[in-house]
Design a binder for this molecule. Structure first.
Ligand code: MF3
Ligand code: CO
Length: 249
């Protein structure tokens, strides 16, 4: 899992460097596919329930599962890139949100809330804690920032399959759900909306948008619960280390 994640991390870093204003999201997908293959890995999303691409590119009011297309990135767009790969049978899954060219104050707050929420959730990954402790911590933090958490989509266990038990909702009650044990690997993925949490699915049957069309941000990492505590396999180990990645590309 570590090795798969390490490869995904470097793919995502390189992908970030290649993204430019004016680029079509389909070009991001093509670049991602080349980078994944160069890592001796396979895209985890392509063909998953018929999904047609290697990445999800979700812009502004799109929350997750946006399909790469000819749509070009504009200055000020808020782009979420979600990507997964399989290496030697092990799956890794990660997502980031970036502002294109410039960043409004609200966009920055939204990105920061989603990123911070991931670390707030990760801090609850302790043996004996339960999934609900993660869920509650994420929800409590995000709502405290004045934003909402998407409820129709959840994080998940991850391993030889992309989606394994248990589900990891971004809302819930402390002390509920299954117990966390050393060896468990979770994809924690806060999806944070500026307005209401309600969503619609577009006619392409994939793209999830907020019903009120306010913007959303999405952060995801593959995180293992080790004897030494949670280890972020696809991202920086702490929010402080991650926060310099906030921002503009
Ligand atoms: N990263 C998404 C998740 O966490 C998976 C994308 S769905 C796919 O569940 F169809 F695009 F693969
Ligand atoms: Co995921």
């Amino acid at each position: 899992m570590r090795e798969a994640a390490r490869r995904l991390k470097s793919v995502l870093q390189e992908l970030r460097r290649s993204i430019k204003t004016g680029m079509a999201t389909l070009e991001i997908d093509q670049k991602a596919e080349r980078l994944i293959i160069a890592q001796d890995a396979k895209p985890a999303f392509k063909g998953y329930r018929g999904y047609p691409a290697c990445v999800c590119t979700s812009i502004n009011e799109e929350v997750v599962h946006g399909i790469p297309s000819k749509r070009k990135l504009k200055q000020g767009d808020l782009l979420s890139v979600d990507i997964g790969l399989v290496y030697k049978g092990y799956v890794s899954d990660s997502a980031r949100t970036w502002a294109i060219g410039r960043m409004s104050e609200e966009a920055r707050e939204l990105m920061e809330a989603a990123q911070r929420a991931l670390y707030v959730g990760m801090a609850q990954m302790k043996p004996g804690n339960r999934i609900g402790d993660i869920s509650y911590a994420v929800q409590d933090f995000v709502e405290g920032q004045g934003f909402s958490v998407i409820r129709d989509f959840v994080g998940h266990g991850i391993g030889r399959a992309m989606h394994e038990d248990p589900q990891v909702p971004n809302f819930g009650k402390p002390g509920k759900g299954s117990k966390l044990e050393t060896g468990l690997v979770l994809a924690i993925e806060p999806m944070v909306a500026a307005g209401s949490w309600e969503v619609d699915i577009l006619e392409d049957a994939w793209t999830v948008v907020t019903r009120d069309r306010q913007w959303a941000a999405h952060y995801e990492d593959t995180i293992a619960l080790t004897e030494k505590g949670p280890e972020n396999l696809t991202g920086p180990q702490s929010y402080e280390a991650a926060s310099d990645q906030i921002g503009i590309i």
